[in-house]
Design a binder for this molecule. Structure first.
Ligand code: SAM
Length: 421
């Protein structure tokens, strides 16, 4: 382990690079009042990540073993203040470029002044809102987003209801159902409706489903989640020829064809999903893609009706399902495969070992969210190879790569009909 000084020096090196860039761009110094570290070139994205990682390690070393555990034990309090501020729209009660007293915020929100004070002053410890001068609440860059970004509001509401609440029942669900594969026994079902998996539950609760969709849009705006990594990270030109077909299995409203369509010339797309989703997708399809994108109702647990396509693509599908079901989804593709057909996944990828860098830990967080919501899991490269092999040995995993700057990995699988003959 590097010394405290060595870690601090590494942090200093990265901080200087970022400060120099910010100054050269004529941006104000980085502060909690604005977001100066936007649209960074790739080497500075990496400098920023290195800064976060070395300062997180430094912080944990400085906290010491008891401090590390205590910080984790109290992490729930951050969820309480952020969740309450979002749910009671407290950010909307503070003028974007002015200030409000706690009493004014209370009057506007309908909450008592005592609760407003407790939620907001807790959040201020996380640099969400500030008080200047004392008694006058103002926005920071983070709280301003809570007032101005509707998709962020949906995201926080979704994180609270669909992930945080279920996550408080993970231990109970494991005691009751052990290492279950079943979405109907997931922790989510213990806080919502016993025996009803999350996707089915959301179809009965359209407002929560709408917020789920809003959250997906918000996350989709992250630089590292951008579909440009899929568009630029794979040689689509080798497939893009007249007659080539791309089937987006569980493709939602067609986000992938919307990104890949303009980057290719001849490729045609079939987007498959549940009935209401494909109806929305059809309605929202841009004019210029009509004729190249078809929407189709299809349950991916049943036999794939589009035969011999060039690519069967799945983003964030297998991670919603435990191996038992992921294998069923892949088996349903088998009758449609022809020699050379590909399955391409765009998915989170776990390392075959602990992710000790803070910026690498995210897939592990998502993995536990998958447990809480669905009893499903994220996968390592080995785990992906296993599910494909168990589905059918003719699925050959040929490449797994994470494009630079991408949070997701591209997993390329080719169907070799001769294997196992
Ligand atoms: C996490 S979303 C991913 C959507 C899309 N692939 C994307 O990357 O934007 C999972 C999708 O699976 C769809 N889905 C769930 N169960 C399905 C089923 N049995 N058959 C087809 N689609 C299903 C949902 O409607 C949802 O659109």
């Amino acid at each position: 382990m590097a010394s405290l000084t060595a870690l601090a020096e590494d942090a200093l090196k990265q901080a200087k690079l970022l400060d120099a860039y910010v100054a050269a761009q004529g941006r104000p110094n980085t502060s909690f009042n604005g977001d100066t570290l936007t649209n960074l070139p790739p080497d500075l994205v990496e400098a920023r990540e290195a800064l976060v990682n070395s300062t997180q390690t430094l912080k944990r070393l400085a906290l010491g073993p008891v401090g590390v555990l205590t910080e984790i034990m109290w992490a729930f309090s951050d969820e309480i203040s952020l969740g309450a501020i979002n749910d009671f729209s407290l950010a909307d009660c503070v003028p974007l470029d002015g200030s409000a007293t706690l009493a004014q915020i209370a009057a506007k929100s309908g909450l008592s002044e005592r609760l407003v004070e407790r939620f907001m002053r807790h959040a201020m410890g996380n640099h969400i809102f500030t008080e200047n001068p004392p008694g006058q609440v103002r926005h920071t860059a983070s709280s301003r987003l809570l007032a101005t970004d509707p998709y962020l509001k949906d995201t926080i509401a979704m994180m609270v209801k669909e992930i945080w609440h279920p996550s408080t029942r993970v231990i109970d669900a494991v005691r009751q159902f052990h290492d279950s594969d079943e979405p109907t026994e997931a922790p989510f079902t213990l806080v919502n409706e016993p025996g009803v998996g999350m996707f089915e539950f959301l179809t009965k609760h359209p407002e929560r489903a709408r917020k789920f969709g809003g959250a997906m849009k918000w996350y989709g705006s992250f630089e590292s989640w951008d579909l440009k990594h899929l568009v630029n990270g794979y040689s689509w030109d080798l497939i893009d020829r007249p007659g080539a077909l791309f089937v987006d299995v569980g493709g939602g409203q067609g986000a992938v064809p919307k990104a890949l369509g303009p980057a290719t010339r001849d490729l045609k797309f079939v987007v498959q999903d549940m009935e209401s989703t494909v109806a929305d997708g059809e309605r929202l399809l841009p004019e210029e893609l009509k004729g190249r994108v078809e929407f189709m109702r299809h349950d991916f647990f049943t036999e794939q009706p589009v035969r011999g396509a060039d690519v069967y693509f799945l983003r964030w599908i297998l991670h919603d399902w435990s191996d038992k079901y992921a294998i069923r989804i892949l088996k349903a593709l088998v009758p449609a495969m022809r020699d050379g057909s590909k399955v391409v996944l765009f998915e989170w990828l776990l390392k075959d070992g602990p992710e000790t860098d803070w910026t690498e830990k995210y897939p592990r967080n998502v993995d536990l969210a998958m447990l809480a919501q669905f009893n499903s899991n994220e996968r390592t490269a080995t785990a992906f190879k296993n599910v494909f092999h168990q589905a059918d040995p003719r699925f050959q995993v040929v490449d797994i790569k994470k494009p630079r700057g991408s949070a997701m990995a591209i997993i390329e699988v080719v169907w070799r009909s001769g294997v196992g003959d």
